[in-house]
Design a protein. Structure first.
Length: 315
């Protein structure tokens, strides 16, 4: 591995994005994300893909500036109008974020995929990593869980319209405002965004192998209403059980915490919310600001604790 004195966050860190220092007061954040459609409407898919791709910059406390489209398209099988709608949805979301599209690349592929490479900026001393939470910190989650379960139910034609609409709203809500409020708040010590590993998978990354642990209060975690039935019917994405099995050894689950709820906490999310560790003094204040600024389901869901060290206690 090539090392460089200006590298702040590189591949070995398992972080949300890479960070490279340009000057003492300026670093760039770089990230890339693309995937296959999870909704039928191409415009909405474009919006979701961009919301998701920008999220890793917000999770580090950065401001995304420019982006490039990444497109894989089955040009022989699919109407090019579909691609236009995807790119239009993506562009609208980039405009909302104040991000400039400056290029892109497309290849022919059997399977449609869309996403972005994103470049953002941040002060080198302000980079938020997923590690760094301190004992006593409150843990804030900014979006309800369940997008993976709802997408699976949608594929099986068993999800009702209102639920799908809720999930789409969550997946197309930028983490921009949440990140801006977070960066205005003193004593924020760590942050990540909740994506493919689910809430508890990403929570685990915040404390694994460290000298702190985490308590999560199951009853405080926001998730979409009505998804319990899907979990109990086994309508869940394959990744959910993989996520849960992978983190089994660091979980301490209270016996009265229902199994279906634990499943929801491992549901892989697309464009999920931020998970923030902030000193207890400022946690309530940050939540109030988020509620005032249109992030109504943001909630304090737990805290960083001294014991169990390196483990998550679900109560
Ligand atoms: Co991330
Ligand atoms: Co990512």
């Amino acid at each position: 591995m090539i090392s460089d004195a200006n590298l702040i966050v590189g591949m070995e860190h398992g972080e949300d994005a890479g960070v490279y220092k340009l000057r003492d007061d300026l670093a760039i954040i770089q990230t890339v994300d693309f995937f296959t459609p999870i909704v039928d409407d191409p415009y909405t898919f474009g919006q979701i893909a961009v919301t998701n791709a920008l999220s890793d910059v917000y999770a580090m406390g950065g401001k995304p500036l420019t982006a490039m489209n990444i497109v894989c398209f089955p040009v022989k099988k699919m109407d090019i109008a579909v691609l236009r709608k995807i790119l239009w949805g993506g562009l609208d979301k980039m405009q909302e974020a104040g991000v400039l599209l400056i290029g892109g690349h497309s290849v022919e592929d059997d399977e449609l995929k869309y996403g972005l490479s994103v470049t953002g900026v941040i002060h080198p001393d302000k980079v938020l990593l997923n590690r760094g939470g301190r004992v006593g910190d409150s843990l804030i989650l900014t979006k309800p869980l369940g997008t993976g379960i709802v997408s699976t139910a949608l594929k099986g034609n068993v999800a009702d319209e209102a639920l799908v609409a809720k999930s789409i709203t969550a997946m197309t809500t930028l983490n921009k405002t949440a990140a801006e409020l977070m960066m205005e708040t003193p004593d924020v010590h760590a942050c990540t965004d909740v994506t493919g590993f689910g809430l508890l998978g990403h929570a685990a990354e915040m404390i694994e192998g460290s000298d702190v642990g985490m308590v999560i209060h199951a009853s405080l975690v926001p998730f979409f209403p009505g998804i319990r039935e899907f979990v109990e019917m086994g309508v869940v994405p394959g990744g959910l059980h993989r996520n849960r099995a992978f983190r089994k050894s660091i979980m301490e689950i209270n016996p009265d915490c229902p199994d279906w709820m634990v499943d929801i906490f491992f549901d892989p999310q697309t464009a999920g919310g931020l998970l923030i560790a902030v000193s207890r003094n400022h946690g309530e204040d940050l939540i109030r600001k988020m509620h005032d600024r249109g992030i109504p389901e943001a909630a304090i869901i737990g805290e960083i604790v001294a014991e169990p060290r390196g483990r998550i206690h679900l109560v």
